[in-house]
Ligand binder design. Structure first.
Ligand SMILES: C[S@@+](CC[C@H](N)C(=O)[O-])C[C@H]1O[C@@H](n2cnc3c(N)ncnc32)[C@H](O)[C@@H]1O
Length: 251
């Protein structure tokens, strides 16, 4: 079993700037999460990353790096504090960034949305191991859940990381966000072309692009950026379209 001392002895932990801001209880929860992820990864495909340090840098830091721009933008754009908010992580996979955000912000209500059953089984297990009571897991496709009144326009914030290109993400995520809320897409370096192509899709689902910001230029795995959209008006009922729509083109 990994313990915090073992992790601290790795050189690269010194560069884990966001992780360093967590309490020791939260760090322990992250260690349990990473350990369980790597154990389960031996028998199911959850991540291509195999080493603890790489999981910490690529996945944990990448997830935590979303928090400063999210909090800043929420405070300024939504004119309210982000002490309490509801957040949905669309296409969470192994729980990224959702589980990490739930650990870092135990006062937020986090919904993990994932279409693959076996990944949801892992999520149920790891949430129990970590002991986070602020997480709910919803199995299904965002396109279907976005038409369900239990989820449609119910969240203050939607996030997505490594799920699809921005045009597609706009249709998956923005119908879930309440008017006045935010959608945050975690992207790699140079997302400008992808974001430009998505402008019309973002507008069609009732939103606008607020900002694209670089969040961590120090990462050894390349620059991280987040694109932030604000939900300005209700999404027209025809969106999101059914995933079975024949020959569906991105918006
Ligand atoms: C490449 S993985 C990325 C997972 C995670 N967000 C991460 O950053 O590691 C994409 C995940 O999104 C899920 N997914 C793709 N399309 C989806 C949809 N329309 N609704 C819900 N989940 C979806 C897939 O099943 C997969 O687990």
């Amino acid at each position: 079993m990994l313990n915090p001392r073992e992790l601290k002895s790795h050189k690269s932990v010194a560069t884990l700037s966001h992780f360093g801001t967590l309490t020791s209880h939260q760090k322990n929860q992250i260690h349990l999460y990473v350990e369980t992820l790597l154990q389960w990864n031996k028998r199911m495909n959850l991540t291509a990353v195999r080493e603890v340090n790489e999981v910490m840098e690529r996945h944990v830091e990448d997830s935590l790096a979303i928090l400063p721009p999210l909090s800043d933008c929420y405070r300024s754009h939504c004119a309210t504090s982000c002490d309490k908010l509801s957040l949905v992580d669309v296409g969470t996979g192994a729980g990224l960034p959702g589980v990490v955000l739930a650990i870092a912000r135990p006062e937020w209500d986090i919904t993990l949305m994932e279409s693959m059953n076996k990944r949801c089984v892992f999520l149920e297990h790891v949430v129990g191991v970590v002991g986070s009571s602020n997480i709910q897991i919803v199995r299904g496709r965002a396109e279907n859940l976005g038409q369900n009144p239990c989820f449609r326009e119910q969240f203050d914030v939607a996030v997505a990381r490594a799920v699809a290109e921005m045009r597609i993400l706009a249709e998956y995520c923005l119908p879930l966000v309440r008017v006045g809320g935010l959608f945050i897409a975690a992207k790699g370096h140079d997302p400008e072309d992808e974001i430009k192509k998505a402008e019309s899709a973002i507008q069609k689902v009732g939103a606008s692009l607020l900002q694209v910001c670089s969040v961590d230029s120090q990462s050894p795995y390349g620059q991280r950026t987040v694109a932030i959209c604000s939900k300005d008006r209700p999404t027209p009922l025809k969106y999101p379209r059914d995933p079975g729509t024949p020959a569906k083109e991105p918006l």
